[in-house]
Design a protein around this ligand. Structure first.
Ligand SMILES: [Zn+2]
Length: 101
C-alpha cells in the first residue's frame, strides 16, 4: 500500500488492496491485525457478502439463510449474464443491489 498525503487538513489517499482504487481515509477500512491492509467500502461490502455466504453454507438451514442464499445466487446469475449493464433493467438492478444483504 502506498499512502499519499494530499495536503494539510485533507485525508490521506491509499490504494485499495482488493480493486486498487485510490480511496480517502474516510472511505476505507483496515484489517484489525494488519492496519496497513486497507480496502475500499465497496470491496468491504463485497467481502462481507462472501463471508456471509460461507457462514450460511455452514449453518443449519434457516429461513433467513435460505433467502440470503437465493439473493446471492440471483446476483451471480444476473452478473454472469451482464444484466446489470443494460440501460433500464441495469439501473433497477443496481438500485436493488444496494438495498439487499
Ligand atoms: Zn476496492
Amino acid at each position: 500500500m502506498t499512502e499519499t498525503s494530499v495536503g494539510d487538513g485533507e485525508p490521506a489517499v491509499a490504494g485499495c488492496w482488493c480493486c486498487g482504487a485510490e480511496v480517502a481515509d474516510d472511505e476505507r477500512v483496515a484489517l484489525g491485525g494488519h492496519p496497513e491492509v486497507v480496502v475500499c467500502l465497496r470491496c468491504a461490502k463485497w467481502l462481507g457478502r462472501r463471508a456471509q455466504r460461507l457462514l450460511d453454507e455452514r449453518a443449519a438451514l434457516s429461513l433467513t439463510a435460505a433467502v440470503r442464499r437465493r439473493v446471492f445466487d440471483s446476483r451471480e446469475t444476473i452478473i454472469s449474464h451482464g444484466l446489470q449493464r443494460r440501460p433500464v433493467i441495469g439501473r433497477v438492478l443496481r438500485w436493488l443491489d444496494r438495498r439487499l444483504p
